[in-house]
Design a protein around this ligand. Structure first.
Ligand code: ATP
Ligand code: MG
Length: 377
């Protein structure tokens, strides 16, 4: 899709702003706290939901509770470039209204599938350098984006896991009935856990391969990125999403093997909830040895790969929002991002004016106290 234009009224510190966007590159530059992320967020509400997860009332400008917030986005889909579509988000007090081509939508779920965007925010660096939970969360997010039953499988798995862990917490010493119940939960967990793992790895190779390519492009082929799914169940056994039976048996064996440890720890120590993703740069673990620029480059490469996956699976090219992506990156990497991500329409924010010196084509706005001024206009 291509966002043609955006109008904002009374959204956080942006009183009024109107944009006609470039079909490729749009850059917003200004000092800290001027409204760059607020603009990105205004775009995101047109996709159904703010990425900041605020209370609705927080979007209203401070001290203007009687005003109405409105964001209107006009865009085209790639297969029908001549037809303009609109999403209008309006909000008064804490109730909001979202309309897609005049039809009321309840929330993001209803827009989902029709509109998708890829977002980088600085918190995404934790996908690489944070705890395993962050990485699992990201892989689950990507898996669910491609196949909407993934979250249902994950929900069922987590529910069963909680129930088994409750038995472990309440057990003191050997208890025959509880042991039988644990065995039955192990079978359920093995079945549901294999579903979750298969949901993750079915598209994982595509994401990993895309990230590898974009990572090389970002550093002018001087470094190689490898992304691996680390299964606490399968360990070194190689497997694909089609190996259900072998995975189920291995899963059950691992659960049985860890019974004693589980009793001591009072939770389930192996399973899909303990899996992780590792990033290696030139065969060295990035989490331990990666520089800030390398870690940021991995996060960006993942996001670009995610956009590639959406394009391939949905047939529509998503837009990409990169909030504060350029800091810590060297000149080559910055230049690549602002000039060479040409398959997608991108929106980039930066608080460093010099980031735009090498800018080749597109539009740049300066942002000051919530006011946006198009450079060269
Ligand atoms: P940085 O470069 O530091 O990320 P930014 O330009 O992205 O800065 P924003 O996050 O867009 O900054 O925020 C700009 C300002 O908007 C902040 O000073 C913040 O206090 C203000 N702000 C946030 N919510 C509201 C609101 N509801 N009403 C008015 N101002 C708000
Ligand atoms: Mg910001």
């Amino acid at each position: 899709m291509i966002i043609k234009s955006l109008s904002i009224r009374n959204f956080r510190n942006i009183a009024s702003a109107d944009f006609i966007f470039d079909p490729k590159v749009n850059i917003f530059t200004g000092n800290n706290a001027q409204g760059k992320t607020n603009l990105c967020e205004a775009i995101s509400v047109c996709f159904g939901k703010s990425f900041r997860n605020p209370k609705t009332s927080e979007l209203l400008p401070f001290g203007s509770q009687d005003n109405e917030t409105a964001v209107e986005m006009c865009f085209t889909f790639d297969n029908m470039p001549e037809k303009e579509n609109t999403v209008i988000y309006t909000q008064k007090n804490s109730s909001f209204d979202l309309k897609f081509n005049g039809i009321g939508m309840k929330d993001a779920e209803e827009l989902y599938g029709a509109l998708r965007y890829v977002l980088f925010i600085p918190e995404d660096l934790y996908i690489v350098k944070g705890e395993p939970e962050k990485r699992r969360g990201y892989i689950d997010f990507v898996s669910n984006m491609i196949n909407r039953v993934h979250n249902i499988k994950l929900y069922e798995y987590n529910k069963a896991l909680r129930q088994k862990n409750n038995i472990l917490i309440n057990m003191s010493g050997y208890d025959k009935n509880a042991s039988l119940m644990l065995e039955s939960w192990n079978e359920t967990l093995a079945k549901l856990g294999v579903n979750v793992m298969c949901g993750r790895i079915r598209y994982f190779d595509m994401l990993a391969a895309g990230a590898k390519i974009y990572y090389s492009m970002l550093n002018n082929n001087s470094e190689i990125l490898d992304v691996k799914y680390e299964s606490s169940v399968m360990k070194d056994i190689s497997f694909t999403a089609d190996d259900h039976i072998m995975m189920y048996e291995t899963y059950l064996t691992r659960l049985r093997e860890s019974a004693e440890r589980e009793l001591r720890m009072k939770y389930t120590v192996v399973g899909a909830h303990r899996d992780d993703v590792s990033f290696y740069i030139n065969n060295m673990p990035a989490k331990d040895f990666g520089s800030q620029g390398q870690i940021r480059s991995i996060a960006v490469a993942l996001k670009l790969a995610e956009a590639g996956m959406i394009t391939e699976k949905s047939g529509d090219v998503p837009i990409i929002i990169l909030d504060d992506v350029l800091s810590e990156l060297d000149e080559f990497r910055r230049g690549f991002i602002i000039n060479h991500i040409d398959k997608f329409q991108i929106f980039i924010t930066s608080c460093n004016l010099s980031d735009t010196e090498k800018f080749e084509s597109g539009k740049i706005w300066n942002v000051n106290h919530g006011k946006f001024e198009l450079r060269g206009a």
